[in-house]
Write a protein that binds this ligand. Structure first.
Ligand code: PHE
Ligand code: ZN
Length: 867
């Protein structure tokens, strides 16, 4: 049993830092196992005269410390595992410290570490404190100058801002040490600091901003990979242009750099002028990257770039305000992607992701508000709630206030808070001031966890031609929040008639009470109500829509989101009905029929059709029942897929043939949409694996001319299982074993194998020579691919899947707590599962909690999960 109880950090305890750090000068003597960091801080007191100077610092070997050049004696300061405290300091002074650190021993990938023989850093949220002593908090902004010195094995020496000077240190010396000095003119918090050093290839371009300044753009990648950075560079230029047009935001330095590294805990990081990317979100070539990779690269490159204004120029006062930068920046990247790739398709994909990750989180013990008010480790709050739900809140502001006022409010925000570290309150105040509306009710969205349930009932009076729509809302209690308030929920509603003709265009109804009724006059015919168009609020909507009316919507709703949603709702009911022992065979055939009609609709776009063809995932389905029986859901879903595959076999095969494209590869949305539809056909055909279909799927895999088709074929074969799957996996491995990013996909495809005995094969893969738990991409491919992507096997009745996950969490926690903690979530949902499974999940959580030496990161999540 653990005895130490770590203390949480609370929003209500916020105090400003009592000193200003006007300038920060860092000098790095790089060495993989013994790097020296000398920091010179010019400090001014801004708070009380009695306050000591307390700096954060962890795992640092202090070499020396001096104030205004005078070395500190032992009684002038105190050093513990997390701080350097200097008891008495003048009101203005220069502090110099020197420390030694060991980047090569840093497997947590926070602070300064080595990846592929290169130095790189990750400082958000609290990594800077493992580089030097500093007030490592986002509200301390300082002007950084960085001098980096290394030997010739590290030709590029990069940091934030503009390059001031560089060259050889002493050309007479045999080790040919060289140096570079960088200066960042924009004051920034330490979490935005970055340093990269090593051998790299660079792809260069430039961008002329709206005011006519030329910005040099450089993307640095592993030697030999430069051609694979071209797509990211192109996306960057489009993002820069878009941010000028959509938000009036111009880039502010003369240089913008991106570096790709293989070992990275998250996706990417917005360090000022020097973004660092997980290579999986930067490198792309048709042979090695799927369309989904291209799509994510485009959106993440944009996301990190957009942070330059929403995050860097205006940052967060404290980490409780994380959504201030993340929710807003996700909204901006989603809007960008919608403009690049089509609004409806983008919206559907974003909502799918929101439901899969955020709704699941909000429905379990890890539910937390978009602005939490306490944490043990801030690393644990880089969640779908902060990011994706945070973005939904911004979207609702736009829906409620209208595009014009929304833009005016953001203009005001940029003008008012540029150069500051601010709060969500200050942000919302800009919307109130620009619109003249009281936004205090809206704030509850930031403070209240849980997904509201909204229900809609209607009454149509045929003679009076009036329609009454009654909306009600409620939010179930979540951990620590037993009582919930009513929230302002914008519900976009339009009306169709029974033939699918438009009766009324969209209108936004604001539900801001537990219940409210609106009355529409002059509704000429009995309406089909299309509500929550575009998913206008992050809620679970239930309606009194009849099944026939869903088919009207599925065929004709002009709101494509709701057209898709109607199909998903029907499919969900069919699968869950069968899983509960009440199959509806007629309904299944009818659904397959309707899908068939949608497929031959020439007016709709292939990317959209591909989305129509994909059934709700098992994760999605499991959110709609209580308790969850994963095996029953899996079997019922497989059944519905098979029904569709049989019913539409000829059509699917014909489409699959027609959509085959020869000619040159294009990564654009149109071409990707066709590939998506063709792969969706392949996926369905695999659900009816008779010889003709299997042969077609094998052909799909073997003739693939790009990674999208190769993975589509491989996944379909893995789902079928047997000898053709084995053969394909072996061939794929042989072809790609020297390409880490592709090999990740090979692991992920097997992790999702739904077949009997898959757990044994997956376990065996952890001993495969290519498996490396130290690399987060490889680890997640296998472990998260399994725990989140393979519910049928993860929830194996013996508990073997849960045990496997717990073993992995414990192993990784020994060196990378941040990444280990991100694996906990699937176990956290234990209360929603049938009792036999729930108990087994719980057992593993308890086993993890009892583990000696467990990190705070994992401890926080398992404790909350068991609460
Ligand atoms: N701030 C990064 C982003 O969203 C995410 C991140 C957080 C990366 C922490 C690394 C570590 O864009
Ligand atoms: Zn971000």
């Amino acid at each position: 049993m653990r005895t130490d109880t770590p203390q949480p950090v609370r929003l209500s305890d916020y105090r400003p830092f009592p000193f200003l750090i006007e300038t920060t000068s860092l000098e790095f003597q790089l060495d993989p196992s013994a790097t020296r960091v000398k920091a010179t801080l010019s400090i001014k007191r801004s708070g009380d005269a009695a306050e000591p100077l307390v700096l954060n610092g962890e795992r640092l070997k202090l070499i020396s410390a001096a104030i205004d050049g005078q070395g500190l004696s032992a009684n002038q300061y105190a050093l513990d595992a997390e701080h350097l405290t200097i008891h008495q300091v003048p009101d203005a002074f220069e502090l110099t410290t020197e420390v030694e650190i060991d980047p090569s021993a840093n497997k947590a990938l926070m602070g300064l570490y080595m990846s592929g023989g290169r130095f790189c850093t990750q400082c958000e949220a609290e990594g800077f404190r493992t580089i030097t002593f500093f007030p490592d908090r986002p509200d301390v902004l300082s002007r950084f100058t960085v001098r980096i010195e290394a030997d010739a094995a590290f030709p590029y020496l990069l940091s934030n801002g503009n390059l001031w000077e560089g060259g050889e240190v002493d050309s007479s010396q045999p080790d040919r040490r060289h140096y570079a000095v960088w200066n960042d003119p924009f004051p920034k918090p330490a979490y935005l600091f970055a340093l990269v050093a090593g051998e790299l290839d660079v792809l260069e371009d430039s961008f002329v901003t709206m005011s006519g300044r030329t910005v040099a753009l450089k993307v640095f990648v592993d030697p030999g990979q430069a051609p694979r950075a071209a797509y990211a560079l192109d996306a960057l230029k489009r993002a820069m242009k878009w941010d000028e047009e959509a938000f009036g935001r111009e880039y502010d330095l003369d240089l913008f750099m991106i570096v790709a590294v293989r070992d990275f805990n998250f996706g990417a990081m917005e360090n000022k002028g020097l973004n660092i990317f997980n290579s999986s979100l930067l490198l792309a070539a048709p042979e090695t990257a799927t369309d989904m990779d291209y799509e994510r690269i485009e959106s993440v490159v944009a996301h990190e770039y957009f942070h330059n204004w929403t995050g860097n120029r205006i940052t967060c006062r404290d980490w409780f305000q994380l959504c201030l930068k993340e929710g807003l920046t996700v909204f901006r990247d989603q809007s960008f992607s919608a403009d690049m790739r089509g609004e409806a398709v983008q919206r559907i994909k974003d909502v799918k992701a929101l439901r899969a990750r955020q709704f699941a989180e909000d429905a379990g013990p890890l539910a937390h508000p978009v602005r939490p008010n306490s944490y043990l480790k801030i690393d644990n709050f880089y969640t779908a709630t902060i990011y994706e739900k945070g973005s939904e809140l911004i979207r609702m502001l736009k829906t409620i206030l209208g595009a014009e006022t929304f833009r005016k409010s953001l203009d005001l925000y940029f003008e008012r808070h540029d150069g500051e570290a601010t709060t969500v309150e200050a942000f919302i105040a800009c919307f109130a001031d620009a619109s003249g509306r009281d936004m205090s009710d809206f704030f509850a969205w930031y403070e209240q966890a849980g997904t509201p349930a909204v229900s809609l009932a209607h009454a149509y009076d045929e003679t009076a031609k009036t329609l009454e729509i009654t909306l009600t809302q409620s939010t179930a209690p979540t951990n620590g929040q037993p009582i919930k308030r009513a929230l302002p929920v914008p519900v976009t509603i339009g009306l169709l008639d029974g033939e699918g003709e438009v009766l009324r265009d969209s209108e936004v109804v604001l539900l801001d009470a537990p219940a409210s009724t609106v009355r529409w006059e002059g509704v000429e015919r009995a309406p089909v109500i299309s509500a929550l168009r575009g998913f206008s609020a992050p809620v679970n909507l239930t309606t009194d829509t009849r099944s026939v009316d869903r088919y009207v919507q599925f065929a004709a709703d002009p709101d494509l989101f709701n057209r898709w949603e109607a199909g998903q709702t029907v499919a969900r009911e069919l699968v869950l009905g069968r899983a509960a022992g009440t199959p509806d065979e007629v309904g299944e055939e009818r659904y397959a029929d309707a899908l068939g009609k949608a497929l031959v609709d020439d007016a709709s776009d292939p990317a959209f059709k591909a989305l129509l063809l994909a059934l709700p995932t098992e994760g999605d389905l499991s959110l709609a029942v209580d308790p969850v029986d994963p095996a029953a859901i899996h079997a019922a879903r497989v059944h519905l897929k098979a029904v569709i595959a049989v019913h539409l076999g000829d059509l699917l095969r014909r489409l699959h043939g027609d959509l085959q494209s020869g000619g040159e590869f294009s990564a654009d949305a149109r071409a990707a949409g066709k590939r998506a539809l063709r792969n969706a056909c392949c996926d369905l055909l695999a659900a009816d694996p008779h010889a003709v279909n299997v042969e077609r799927v094998v052909g799909h895999f073997e003739s693939a001319a790009n990674m999208t088709d190769a993975i589509g074929g491989l996944s379909a074969l893995v789902a079928i299982g047997g000898a053709s799957a084995e053969k394909a996996l072996a061939a794929f491995h042989a072809q790609w074993r020297h390409e880490p990013l592709v090999l990740d996909k090979w692991f992920a495809a097997q992790a999702r194998d739904p077949g009997e005995g898959a757990i044994g094969r997956i376990l065996a893969l952890t001993a495969h020579p290519d498996f490396d738990a130290g690399n987060p991409n490889r680890l997640r491919a296998l472990v998260q691919g399994f725990s989140s992507g393979n519910p049928a096997r993860f929830h194996d009745e013996t508990g073997a899947g849960y045990r496997f996950l717990a073993d992995q969490i414990l192993a990784v926690d020994g060196f990378n707590p941040m990444t280990a903690a991100r694996l906990v979530e699937p176990l956290g949902a234990w209360r929603r599962y049938v009792p036999e499974l729930g108990a087994l999940m719980r057992q593993q959580l308890e086993r993890i909690r009892e583990h000696v030496g467990l990190s705070k990161n994992v401890l926080e999540l398992v404790s909350r999960a068991l609460d």
